[in-house]
Write a protein that binds this ligand. Structure first.
Ligand code: ZN
Length: 347
């Protein structure tokens, strides 16, 4: 399975100061994944700027104009934790554009790889159709899914979101859309508060939103069980033509923004399972970076994801051990999730 990177060289132009989502997150990641790319002979692609019409497939014109104006007058706070600096709009266009480069390169006529990992910020999955929130300006995943549908004619796209926070923005945009399956693993309760089991889509989109609210203290085992019991079978039945992964590694045991216990081995396993699914269907996989806020551990975690996508052996030395977890209610939660989804899928 040939993987590769999409790099956003302009990322530091989105200046957020001492905020957790800042320009210091990625230099170590790009160094480590650059070494992996070189030693395994993997392609490293450059981002491009998305067009306004690309964003407009997922966002209202007023939201796009608001982000642009906020950046021009920046720094401006768009919500309590989302800031736009003067270059933020341009960097956000290139962050979404990296996702489009990725869609083309794993699915288009000029296919360059089976999968790609786009190292992009600002992240996207909290941005709704009409507002920025939670460090996110535009939903890169929803923009990419709609582009794949409309520009490449891919009938069904799946988005798998394993960031520790619920991908409320991506869900909001796709909620009534049966052509894009949205599956989210997230700690619950946690910011932004949405993502309970009964959020399953609306109208024609009913049954095409799958939420796995994970109890606090969940780690590798719970996430892999959730993949094997729910996400994997539903992906298989939906039978997408492209898999987009919203890859946030902020459920790691050493990440301060949540209380999950995932390790690098768990992220490697989730990435390998996703890549195995895509390979089995013969479809492209595009992983888009979402959260992950400990700059000391993020290079290792993203290396683990990259190795899982590409099928090469990761070096997970130096990872933090996960504590022994007692009963956190996961078996009952998994049974609840299966009961709710069994109305739509064989799970
Ligand atoms: Zn997150």
């Amino acid at each position: 399975m040939k993987t590769g990177l999409v790099i956003l060289r302009e990322q530091a132009g989105h200046e957020t100061g001492s905020h957790p989502e800042n320009a210091r997150r990625f230099p170590g990641v790009i160094d480590r994944l650059g070494e992996d790319s070189e030693s395994h002979g993997l392609p490293v692609l450059e981002s491009r700027a998305a067009e306004v019409e690309d964003l407009a497939r997922a966002h209202t014109e007023s939201h796009i104009a608001n982000v642009r104006a906020a950046a021009e007058n920046g720094p401006t706070w768009l919500d309590g934790d989302t800031v736009a600096s003067p270059e933020s709009y341009n960097v956000a266009l290139r962050s979404a554009g990296a996702a489009l480069v990725g869609v083309d390169a794993v699915s288009g006529p000029a296919k360059a790889a089976d999968s790609l990992f786009a190292i992009i910020r600002p992240p996207g999955h909290h941005a709704t159709a009409d507002r920025a929130m939670g460090f996110c300006l535009f939903s890169n995943a929803a923009v990419a899914a709609r582009y794949a549908r409309e520009r490449l004619g891919i009938d069904r796209v799946a988005v798998l979101d394993w960031d520790v926070h619920h991908g409320n923005g991506t869900q909001d945009i796709l909620y009534n859309d049966p052509s894009v399956l949205f599956i989210s693993f997230h700690q619950w309760p946690l910011y932004p508060g949405s993502g309970w089991i009964d959020e399953v889509g609306v109208g024609e989109g009913r049954g095409f939103t799958v939420n796995l609210p994970m109890p606090p203290g969940s780690g590798d085992r719970e996430h892999i069980e959730g993949f094997n019991a729910v996400a994997g079978p539903i992906l298989d039945q939906f039978n997408p033509g492209l898999l987009i992964v919203s890859a946030g590694q902020d459920g790691h045991v050493a990440d301060q923004l949540a209380s999950q216990n995932l390790t690098a081995a768990g992220y490697h396993a989730l990435a390998a399972a996703s890549a195995g699914f895509a390979a089995g269907k013969g479809i492209g996989l595009l992983a888009l970076h979402e959260g992950g806020y400990n700059p000391n551990t993020l290079p290792l975690l993203d290396h683990a994801v990259y190795a899982g996508l590409g099928g090469f052996t990761p070096d997970l030395a130096g990872d933090s051990p996960a504590p022994e977890t007692g009963d956190n209610g996961w078996p009952e939660r998994l049974a609840q999730i299966r009961r709710a989804q069994s109305a739509f899928w064989a799970v």
